[in-house]
Design a protein around this ligand. Structure first.
Ligand SMILES: [Zn+2]
Length: 1015
């Protein structure tokens, strides 16, 4: 090979690589300037407008098309991406919306530089379109896009563009180019979650509307135009009028008549990426101003509100001023001239941010109004000025903003203890619930731990639409707030603020990415922060530190601690003498599994605590404590309380709950449940509930106990119970002769959940349970024979809801259970006693499927349930008969259910049946198999009609019904099923009401499931 050629082949790729990497790393940003003329028609709730957009291509590539957002079309039908997102989150308003509730954009006629152009809607999304340019737009060149447009303003109940009568919220309302950056075009449909990514530019907007409307909008009103000058005087007059009547009671929310005269207001703003406006004829106005901390420049603050929550809004100027001040102080001065908050009744969350102007929903309390105003004002920095891509990096605006919000509130209330819900609870109750020490910022930690302990947390770095709506709040907002709180604690306030201000200066009016934030902060601190961005942002790994040993040495205290978590992290160790802090030390960022030793220069420490301020989102704080001397060094001080409390890692928490119960043979029972179950749930939870019963003058010892260990999607649990009964297996008369005895049931189960994290409509789980049951009255007869029964069960369950078909839910369960039982052998019922005991091995397979369809807006439903079971004998004894009412095999032979009277032959209590998996409500026994199909239709909240049929193995012990009709009456955990009409296979009709049953799911009453259910 020729040397020159060889060299060229080596050099060319290098040049090429250098070029492409240069291309992909060189930051550029398009400039998009708009001039919009718009007129509001408040009779038809329409906008009539035209827009001219000057688009400047600052990219290194030529563009042959421009992608446009036509977001009002997100409201145009029940099939848009927005509608689908709402169904998934259980909101069916758009699905059932009528034409007048919906909205859209039309009348579009795009021209580029005055010429006709070809343009078309995106195939999937009516709120996206693409304009095909007649000639390419070269780097550095500009073009002008012009179109008229009409907007039908949708109902304010859907999302953020809308009207409630004549109160208008005009947001995301005009044709707007999608962002083009180094990753290409970012055309995206409007969604309620992770809305924004837009190009910066200058807006000139001329709004024509009846002259008695008050408008809050993005931008300044330049002096010089007659209407602008008059409007400024008008606003000052309303401000003066509002102040005069601020204390007066006023509940008038009616709309005054619309004025015949119109006005045209001109708004101008540079360096913003969006323009929103709000118009209402009822607005009162409070105008104020705030001096910025760094530049000393003055910013006007406007509050515009109706009399709906007037008494709360009376203080809103203070919230606006102080939030503008503190966000400026910590992040960099507010660069625009006004901050406006308007009162609006929007459905989508408590408030919404737009440049300069934010809309605030109904608040209820002073505190809540302050929270929402501060949060939305804060978005001027995180979303507005720092225009990150919220669809893919939502944590960069919602999260950083929430961090500042928590910090602002702590500052605003000056350390006055805000606690968890202190603005709602009475001080006495706060003390009683041990909440008086609870710090406000710990809510962020708690919000993270709730899903994390259920194995349902997600990495912060996820696409907005991949978060469940719960996790969008818990992760994007709260976890980000908590981890940046940790970062501030780690760097110290001064370094942290300097780093955030450096980020602000470097990236204001631009589109920063996560790596830009990291680079900016690292440059400012001169420190590698990849442990933070790799671990906390990109993964949902858990952080967990444990104290190994704290020993006093000649030159101070030596503490060795270990990173038993899943990612690299630093941590703070603090030494105490009683309640007094006597020394502190930081452990450098350390790999998982490493042990570190720190020296704390103190001689009088009594104990050490890892991260006592609760900054580092420690997954388990039960291993963060150690005394420096004595025995049981690592056992935290004991806290015994009634019911339950929030988890407190610095204490060994034990709770006591009084319990009551009753069943036929144990009698009335009372006892105390001891448990360690807190909020949030712990990985290791246990409870023990011994109960003393009195039956026929005799004392009975009863109770239940459980211990479970969860690890992400895995859960292992052991349970035990003991209750009296007079049941026998296969020999019904024994109780007459031998009375009652305690029945013990022990079980061990392992369960694995699937698809719990991803925003998939499917959820599924696979579980195994071993159960054993012993202790019968029969043992009086065969004292030398064990009558232990056991079973192995494998069950798979899956459910799908909020999938493609709105309002349609499906459940499927597949179960196989092997029974290893000792049953009495007897040739007939009498004589007594029976002849012996025989092993009976039986396999029962079961399949259940249900489909539930919501028929209308009010939640009327129809449900179909299918159940089939098959019993197969593995021993010579023959197979079990299958009860058709959902027990599985025989009459709850393994004691799975808590029954008021086991094996009741007649009377009220014999009517108790669990009726699981849509089983038919009449107890029958199929010889080897049965299949049933049933339909339920709810006529009221508590009454359902049902009908169904069953086919089974004909060789049964009792009558066989083929079809049943009846009704269900629901009362909490109690459910009555009343068969009204039945048809046997002999075509014989009868009234089977006497076969009514009830189900009572007592297992749901244990403290563990109660707490889990309420969360
Ligand atoms: Zn927000």
């Amino acid at each position: 090979m020729n040397k020159v050629l060889a060299l060229a082949t080596m050099i060319l790729p290098v040049i090429y690589l250098a070029q492409t990497s240069l291309e992909s790393t060189t930051y550029f940003q398009q400039k998009v300037d708009h001039t919009i003329k718009v007129e509001l028609n408040d009779m038809l709730h329409e906008l009539d407008a035209e827009i001219t957009t000057t688009y400047t291509n600052n990219s290194p590539k030529e563009l042959s098309e421009i992608w446009m957002h036509l977001w009002p079309n997100a409201y145009s039908s029940g099939k848009t991406a927005l509608a689908k997102q709402q169904y998934r989150d259980g909101d069916l308003f758009m699905y059932y919306a009528i034409a007048k509730d919906l909205g859209g954009i039309d009348g579009l006629d795009f021209h580029v530089n005055g010429s006709d152009v070809e343009w078309m809607y995106d195939e999937e999304n009516p709120d996206i379109a693409v304009i095909k340019l007649n000639t390419p737009l070269y780097p550095g060149e500009s073009l002008e896009i012009h179109t008229p447009f009409k907007v039908r303003i949708p109902s304010g109940k859907i999302s953020r563009l809308g009207h409630v009568k004549q109160s208008y919220q005009i947001t995301q309302w005009y044709p707007k180019p999608a962002v083009y950056d180094c990753d290409g075009w970012h055309a995206m449909p409007y969604l309620g979650q992770g809305e924004f990514y837009s190009e910066f530019g200058t807006f000139d907007v001329y709004i024509t509307l009846p002259d008695n409307y008050t408008v809050g909008a993005t931008g300044d009103m330049p002096a010089g135009s007659v209407d602008n000058d008059a409007e400024k005087l008008r606003l000052d007059a309303i401000d003066a009028e509002t102040r005069k009547h601020l204390d007066e009671e006023d509940n008038d929310l009616s709309f005054p008549a619309t004025s015949e005269n119109t006005k045209t207001l001109h708004y101008h703003q540079e360096n913003v990426h969006d323009f929103a406006w709000f118009a209402d004829k009822r607005y009162m106005v409070l105008k104020d101003q705030v001096e910025l901390p760094h530049s000393g420049r003055s910013v006007t603050t406007w509050a515009m509100f109706t009399s709906n929550e007037k008494e709360l809004w009376a203080k809103s100027s203070d919230y606006l001023n102080k939030s503008t001040f503190y966000y400026s102080l910590w992040n960099g001065d507010y660069p625009y001239n006004h901050v406006t908050a308007v009162d609006g009744t929007i459905s989508a969350g408590g408030g919404m941010e737009y440049p300069n102007v934010t809309v605030i929903g109904e608040s209820g309390t002073d505190f809540q109004l302050n929270v929402v105003i501060a949060h939305e004002v804060g978005h001027n920095w995180f979303y507005g000025i720092l225009g990150s891509n919220e669809r893919v990096n939502a944590w960069m605006d919602e999260g950083l903003n929430s961090f500042n919000e928590t910090r602002y509130l702590t500052e605003y209330y000056e350390g006055k203890d805000l606690g968890l819900i202190s603005n709602r609870l009475k001080p006495k109750l706060i003390e009683k619930l041990d909440l008086d020490e609870f710090e406000y910022r710990w809510i962020d930690e708690l919000s993270y731990l709730l899903p994390a302990r259920l194995g349902a947390d997600q990495p912060l770095q996820c696409h907005s639409d991949d978060f469940s709506s719960t996790n969008y709040g818990a992760m994007v907002y709260k976890k980000t707030a908590a981890v940046f709180g940790f970062m501030k604690q780690y760097l110290g306030e001064e370094r942290f603020d300097k780093a955030m201000q450096a980020y602000f200066e470097e990236w204001k009016f631009k589109h920063p990415s996560p790596s830009d934030l990291q680079a900016s902060m690292e440059k400012s601190c001169g420190e590698d922060l990849s442990w933070f961005f790799e671990g906390w942002i990109k993964t949902n790994n858990h952080n967990n530190w444990a104290v190994c040993k704290a020993t006093e040495t000649d030159n101070g205290l030596e503490v060795s601690i270990k990173n038993i978590g899943e990612h690299v992290s630093p941590v703070e160790v603090v030494a105490y003498n009683g309640d007094v802090e006597v020394g502190t030390a930081w452990v450098e960022p350390s790999e998982p599994g490493t042990k570190a030793t720190v020296k704390i220069n103190t001689e009088e420490a009594t104990h050490v605590v890892v991260d006592p301020g609760r900054y580092d989102l420690d997954y388990d704080r039960k291993n963060n404590y150690s005394r420096t001397s004595g025995v049981l060094k690592k056992v935290e001080p004991l806290q015994i309380r009634a019911l339950t409390r929030l988890e407190d890692g610095s204490k060994t928490q034990l709770f006591v709950v009084p319990t009551l119960g009753w069943n036929m043979h144990s009698g009335f029972m009372s006892g105390l449940a001891l448990h360690n179950i807190t909020v949030p749930m712990r990985d290791l939870e246990w409870y023990a509930n011994p109960m003393m019963g009195v039956s026929e003058g005799e004392f009975t010892l009863n109770g239940t106990a459980s211990i479970s260990l969860s690890k992400g999607p895995w859960m292992a649990r052991a349970r035990g119970s003991r209750f009296y009964n007079d049941e026998t297996l296969g020999w019904h008369l024994a109780d007459i002769y031998y009375g009652k005895a305690p029945m013990h049931r022990l079980s061990f189960e392992v369960n694995r959940k699937f698809n719990q994290v991803v925003n998939s409509p499917w959820k599924s789980s696979l579980g195994y349970e071993y159960a054993t049951r012993f202790g019968y009255p029969d043992e009086h007869v065969f004292t030398d024979n064990s009558t232990t029964q056991q079973s192995h069960k494998l069950r798979f369950e899956a459910s799908k809801s909020n999938g493609d078909i709105v309002g349609f839910k499906q459940n499927i369960g597949i179960e196989a259970r092997f029974y290893d039982l000792n049953l009495y052998e007897h040739s007939n019922w009498l004589p007594l006693p029976p002849e012996g005991i025989k092993d009976n091995h039986n396999l029962v397979a079961m399949l259940n499927y249900s489909a539930d369809y919501r028929l209308n807006k009010r939640g009327k439903r129809i449900k179909m349930s299918f159940l089939c079971a098959y019993s197969h004998s593995l021993s010579e004894e023959g197979n079990f008969q299958l009860p058709t009412n959902g027990f599985g095999a025989r009459n709850d032979v393994m004691g799975d259910h808590l029954l008021l009277e086991r094996d009741a032959q007649d009377g009220l209590l014999s009517r108790q049946a669990p009726n699981l998996y849509g089983a038919m409500p009449i107890e029958m026994y199929a010889k080897t198999w049965f299949t049933s199909l049933r339909f339920d239709y709810n006529i009221t909240q508590s009454i359902d009609l049902f009908c169904g049929g069953i086919v089974m193995d004909l060789d049964t012990l009792y009558e066989d019904y083929d079809a049943i009709m009846g009704m269900t009456y629901k009362l909490g955990i109690l459910k009555f099923q009343l068969p009204l009409l039945s048809l046997t296979q002999n075509n014989e009709s009868r009234l089977p009401l006497r076969k009514w049953t009830f189900s009572l799911n007592l297992r749901d009453l244990n403290p563990n499931s109660l707490i889990r259910k309420t969360l």
